[in-house]
Write a protein that binds this ligand. Structure first.
Ligand code: S3P
Length: 454
């Protein structure tokens, strides 16, 4: 396993950005994070060798790769950049030696907990300081019903000891929160439960787990009743290894797209971006705001629609983003808030309660970042209003609270703001988009260590 991909978590890394001339060029962003986690986990469970092309090589994913190896799968990176995973079969996981650490990744730990919950392994799962604050009760509740036992810290936090069920019980579970992680944990647990395990989701969330389970030959049925999606999986079936091509991550492309929209004289194309409709809420919103965005070359690759997205400098206007759209752009609110700061009028975002339990309390972190940079805004328990258009914003130092998306979003703000914008710690960007600064600089973005400008 390549340890050189893991940065030193103790090293704080301040970074700043400042007003840049037009951003221009054509880039590809790294592979989708959600699909990368799932390809390693299903590969580790399947019979045979899964070859993954375009895997996101970022800390969150390396933690998942290491975890799958700890549970007994063979995981290897070849020199051509492909990842080869030889799985151990449904129910084949072994007891790891020592705790398994998922770093900053909620997706990694929650999906892995589901995967092992119906196999009799005993393991302690843990993560970094940010992940230790995030709620695990949402997966503990259904997985306990399936027979797993959990000894969590405090009110359902990491570190937590998991003892998988030797005699698992299938369940029908209605999601109390719109969460693809919880849905996925239950479906993955269902792989090694007898009979049919069902998840009912009143609000559709990203469907990568369902798509990939089908690609690996799982017996899955998706239907809709009374406006809710029902996903049923039949357990005790072996998965068959299948090759995966990971498309570009729309959540990473979002930073270059918004940067181009708000920076004068910009014309940027991000190619091969995944356009799965459960992930494109930001694009829909930006188009409503008047963004000059074009999508070309739409095609299907690896079971997902992809395309090339071009964004040019635009006069944005404020809009209301309805709560129903939140699931399809849940990770994009930080960067949408930055776009809103440059839009004329008011942008209101509703249904943001889940932002409170992300890598940071994102609603609070966004609000503090906007305040530090003089952007007019208001927040409530689950909403945010940003009044944009002023040309004097910037000049603030943003506290990132170990949240990669807060760091990248406010670095994007600095590219178009009147005054530079600094972030106290950009090191967490390595969890999802290690070459963010390099790629943005390649487009003409002025992002640097603050001291280098003095
Ligand atoms: C993810 C689901 C979302 C998202 C996260 C990735 C996934 O989390 O925020 O970045 O890959 O399933 P929730 O399920 O908590 O909404």
């Amino acid at each position: 396993m390549p340890h050189d991909m893991m940065a030193d978590p103790a090293a704080r890394h301040p970074l700043a950005s400042r007003k840049s001339a037009g951003l221009t060029g054509r880039i590809a962003v790294p592979g989708d994070k959600s699909i990368s986690h799932r390809s390693l986990m299903l590969g580790a469970t399947a019979i045979g060798e899964t070859v993954i092309t375009g895997l996101l090589e970022a800390q969150d994913i390396i933690h998942s790769a290491q975890a799958m190896a700890a549970f007994g799968a063979h995981v290897e990176r070849h020199r051509d950049g492909t990842w080869h995973v030889t799985g151990i079969g449904t129910g084949g996981y072994q007891d790891p030696v020592g705790p398994v650490d998922f770093g900053n990744s909620g997706t990694g730990v929650r999906l892995a907990a589901g995967l092992i919950a119906t196999t009799p392994v005993a393991v302690t799962l843990t993560g970094d300081q940010s992940l230790q604050k995030r709620p695990m009760g949402r997966i503990i509740a259904p997985l306990e019903q399936m027979g797993a036992r959990f000894e969590a810290t405090g009110d359902g936090r990491l570190p937590m000891k998991v003892t998988g069920a030797g005699d698992a019980v299938p369940i029908s579970y209605r999601l109390p929160v719109a969460s693809a992680q919880v849905k996925s944990a239950v479906l993955l647990a269902g792989l090694n439960a007898p009979g049919i395990t069902e998840v009912i989701e009143p609000v559709a969330t990203r469907d990568h787990t369902e798509r990939m389970l089908e690609a690996f030959g799982a017996s899955l049925r998706v239907s809709e009743r009374d406006g809710a999606r029902r996903i049923a999986i039949e357990g005790h079936k072996e998965l068959t290894a299948t090759d995966i091509q990971v498309p570009g991550d729309p959540s990473s492309a979002a930073f270059a797209i918004v940067a181009a929209l708000i920076t004068d004289g910009s014309d940027v194309t991000v190619r091969d971006v995944m356009l799965n409709p459960t992930r494109t809420g930001l694009i829909d919103t930006l188009l409503e705001m008047g963004a000059d965005i074009e999508i070309a070359n739409r095609r299907v690759s690896g079971g997902e629609e992809i395309g090339d997205i071009t964004a040019r400098t635009s006069a944005l206007k404020g809009v209301t983003v309805p709560a129903e759209r939140a699931a399809s752009m849940i990770d994009e609110y930080p960067v949408l808030s930055v776009a809103a700061a440059f839009a004329s009028g008011r942008t209101r975002m509703e249904g943001l309660n889940e932002l409170r339990v992300k890598e940071s309390d994102r609603l609070a972190a966004i609000a503090a970042g906007l305040a530090a940079n003089g952007v007019d805004h208001k927040t409530g328990p689950d909403w945010l209003e940003v009044t944009g258009g002023a040309n004097t914003i910037g000049g603030g130092e943003v506290v990132t609270h170990m949240d990669h998306r807060i760091a990248m979003s406010f670095l994007v703000m600095g590219l178009a703001a009147h005054e530079p914008v600094a972030v106290d710690d950009a090191s967490m960007i390595a969890t999802s988009f290690p070459d963010f600064a390099g790629l943005m600089r390649g487009l003409g973005a002025d992002i640097a260590e603050q001291d280098s400008w003095r």
